[in-house]
Each structure stands twice: as structure tokens, then as C-alpha cells.
Design a binder for this molecule. Structure first.
Ligand SMILES: Cc1ncc(COP(=O)(O)O)c(C=O)c1O
Length: 407
């Protein structure tokens, strides 16, 4: 077997389709977000502005978060030294879980090394706890949910994106006595659209199903205390399992679920992705807890974030850019072709020092390749002006359509 030839073929396929991923090496500057340095492959450097990060509120440089992390490192060292089961459960992990349970007004929370792992581990474990479980999963759910549902070996039904009627038809077609779970997101991160949380909870009540929500792109940013869209809409109590991340708006790392004490105890006890891996370093847990606590009582950053997103959308729309606007903080500009999207992203970076990663298939459907901007409270008027004029110039340079407004 010529293993190298197989690898060559796999990589060439990606190149040919224009979706070979190139990572941009950057060094973020503490205290100067969103400014960073691009460390180029030839060894030279260029100052850039990051416009595609998920540190949505700039909490990765918040002094309160950094102080908590420094303090924890000084007090307890670098790593946790073990899995949660074997010496890796520290006071920092317990404090973080208490903070998260309080955030979501649930009895308990369980911290994982990422929200990817939290989704995958939880969804792949649930059928062990509820034999015969049928999972109804939105077709645009994140890869981590898809993977968890795929791996669990149980029954699954994929319903059309945000389509309550399609979900109803699928629920009606199944055994009324079978255990069921409806899995969805509050904000779908590529289009920035919201899940119909209330309608899905109503269906869950009607059909006796559990509800599972991924609030990864909403925690910290929506709701009076930053618990997400379900909190904003007064629906948090209707969700059985809430999944979130500490890596985006909270600016640190790690994921979690918040649920009843029994649910958390069962997942803790049965999920390999929770049990058989080293727990987060205490300093990460300390920084995340400080960030969650900070954002519970500081809504100003959330308000500024929404304001910045609204301004950017308005300005890009004013130029006739084909943006998708569902009223969330995410600003996708559709290019519709992987090669053009990559080229635009390259030109933005090289000629204007603006970093926006191209988003291609399979992250988004073919033909909807895009640039996805993530404005934040740390993007000031100077950064916004630079971005808007660069987009205007490049759109003309590439003779791209100033399409009708979408969404
Ligand atoms: C919807 C959604 N869920 C889960 C995750 C995974 O989060 P984490 O980065 O904490 O693993 C992501 C990451 O991008 C996401 O977009």
C-alpha cells in the first residue's frame, strides 16, 4: 500500500476544490485587541486587525480574568494533574461549576475540556441512560452535536433547519412511548439565525421529549446575566440540558452542560469524554469563573457588542453587500464561491492588514462560501472605517455583485 500517495490524493482533492485550509499564524496583543501580529511563513511580521475571532467581547484581555488566572497559577501551578476522577477535581473546577449552575439556574453544571467535547460526550452517552432514546437533531447543528448523535448508535431523526412542522411530523411518526430528545442551537453561528426555542419546547412538552440546547454562540452575550438566548426569552427553565463554552464570549477555554443534579451525575458517571481525560488546568477554570461572574453583572459589554454588530451590518448593507442579517451579532457576507472567498480573504490580509478567515464547505453549504465578520466592543470606529473601505474597494476590484439584501 502506498500510504503517501493516498495522503497526496486526499490533500490534492482539497486543493482542487479550493477548500484546503491554510492557518494564519497570529500573535494577539494583550491590551490591544483586536490588534495582532501576523507571523508570515517567510519569517516577516505584519500588524493586523482580527475581524473573525470568537472572543466576542474581548474578555481574553479583561484584567479581572487575567488576575484570576495569574493568582491561580501562583497558588496551584500549571496543570490539574489528573482526570476529574483521579486527583483532577480542584476547588477551581468546583467553583466554576457552581458559577455556571447559578448562571443557568440549574441544580448543577459539569465542565468539560471544550464545548465540542461536552456536546459529543453528552449526546453520545444519553442513549445509555435512556435505552431506546430517539434524538431529533436540527440539520444545521454543529459538528460536535452531529458527531455525538452519530456515535451513540441510537435512533436519530434529522429535521429540516428550524422547521417546526417537519419536526412535528417526525415526532408523530414515532412510538409515543419511546424516550425522545430534541437537540438544537440558540444561534447558528454561520448564518447568525436564532432557533425557535419556544416552539421546540412546546413540541417537547406535547411529545414528552427532553430538550438540549447549544448556547455556545450566545452565552455571555444575550440575556440579562449573559446566560444566553433562552434566558433573554424567559425559556431557560424549559430546557433540560444547556450546553455552553468558556472559549468564545468568556474569552478563555472549556465547555460545559448545565442540567438537573441527577442528569449531571449520570453524565459524569457514564460519559467517557468526561471521565477519561485530564481536567482543565485550574488557572483556566479560575479565569473562566471570573469571566462568567464578571459578565453576569456587567451588561454594558453585551450592549456595546450588539451596537457594533448593528453598525457594521448597516454600513455593509449601505454598500450593497450581500449580508445575511437575522438580528444577531454575526455578520456573514456571502461570496458564493470557495476560490473567490479565499482570494478576497488573502487580499484583505495582505493589502489591508484585515484578518477574516474564508468560510467554505463543509462548514457551510457549497455555493454559500462567505466571509464571516465578528465585530466586538473592542473594534472601534477606526477599525470599522478601515474594514468598510477595504471591503468596498475589494468588492469593486473583484467586480463582485452588489447583491440585493438577503435575510
Ligand atoms: C455551535 C457550536 N457548538 C460547539 C462548539 C465547540 O465549542 P468549543 O470551541 O468550546 O469546543 C462550537 C465551536 O465553534 C460551535 O460553533
Amino acid at each position: 500500500m502506498d500510504y503517501t500517495a493516498k495522503l497526496d490524493k486526499a490533500l490534492n482533492d482539497l486543493h482542487e476544490e479550493g477548500r484546503y485550509r491554510t492557518f494564519i499564524d497570529i500573535e494577539r496583543k494583550n491590551g490591544q485587541f483586536p490588534h495582532a501580529t501576523w507571523c508570515k511563513p517567510d519569517g516577516s511580521e505584519q500588524p493586523i486587525t482580527v475581524w473573525c475571532g470568537n472572543d466576542y467581547l474581548g474578555m481574553g484581555q479583561n484584567p479581572v480574568v487575567l488576575a484570576a488566572m495569574h493568582e491561580a497559577i501562583e497558588a496551584t501551578g500549571a496543570g490539574s494533574g489528573g482526570t476529574r476522577n483521579i486527583s483532577g477535581t480542584t476547588v477551581y473546577h468546583k467553583r466554576l461549576e457552581a458559577e455556571l449552575a447559578d448562571l443557568h439556574q440549574k441544580e448543577e453544571a459539569l465542565v468539560f475540556t471544550s464545548a465540542y467535547i461536552a456536546n459529543d460526550a453528552t449526546l453520545s452517552t444519553l442513549p445509555k441512560l435512556f435505552p431506546g432514546l430517539i434524538i431529533y437533531s436540527d440539520e444545521l447543528n454543529h459538528a460536535s452535536m452531529i458527531e455525538g448523535v452519530r456515535r451513540n448508535g441510537g435512533a436519530k431523526r434529522i429535521f429540516k433547519h428550524n422547521d417546526v412542522a417537519d419536526l412535528r411530523a417526525k415526532l408523530e411518526a414515532d412510538d409515543p412511548d419511546a424516550p425522545k430528545l430534541i437537540a438544537f442551537e440558540s444561534i447558528y453561528s454561520m448564518d447568525g439565525d436564532f432557533g425557535p426555542i419556544k416552539e421546540l419546547c412546546d413540541l417537547a412538552d406535547e411529545f414528552g421529549a427532553l430538550t438540549y440546547i447549544d448556547e455556545v454562540h450566545a452565552v455571555g452575550m444575550y440575556g440579562p446575566r449573559g446566560a444566553g438566548v433562552a434566558e433573554r426569552d424567559g425559556l431557560m427553565h424549559r430546557i433540560d440540558i444547556i450546553n455552553g463554552t468558556m472559549a468564545k464570549a468568556y474569552g478563555v477555554m472549556g465547555g460545559y452542560i448545565a442540567a438537573s443534579a441527577k442528569m449531571c451525575d449520570a453524565i459524569r458517571s457514564y460519559a467517557p469524554g468526561f471521565i477519561f481525560t485530564t481536567s482543565l488546568p485550574p488557572a483556566i477554570a479560575a479565569g473562566a469563573a471570573a469571566s462568567v461572574a464578571f459578565l453576569k453583572t456587567n451588561p454594558e459589554l453585551r450592549e456595546k457588542h450588539q451596537e457594533q454588530a448593528a453598525i457594521l451590518k448597516l454600513r455593509l448593507k449601505g454598500l450593497g453587500m450581500p449580508i445575511i442579517d437575522h438580528g444577531s451579532h454575526i455578520v456573514p457576507v456571502i461570496v458564493g464561491d470557495p476560490v473567490h472567498t479565499k482570494k478576497l480573504s488573502d487580499m484583505m490580509l495582505e493589502s489591508y492588514g484585515i484578518y477574516v478567515q474564508p468560510i467554505n464547505f463543509p462548514t457551510v453549504p457549497r455555493g454559500t462560501e462567505r466571509l464571516r465578520f465578528t465585530p466586538s466592543p473592542v473594534h472601534g470606529p477606526r477599525e470599522m472605517d478601515a474594514l468598510v473601505s477595504a471591503m468596498d474597494a475589494l468588492w469593486s476590484h473583484c467586480a463582485l455583485n452588489r447583491a440585493e439584501l438577503a435575510g
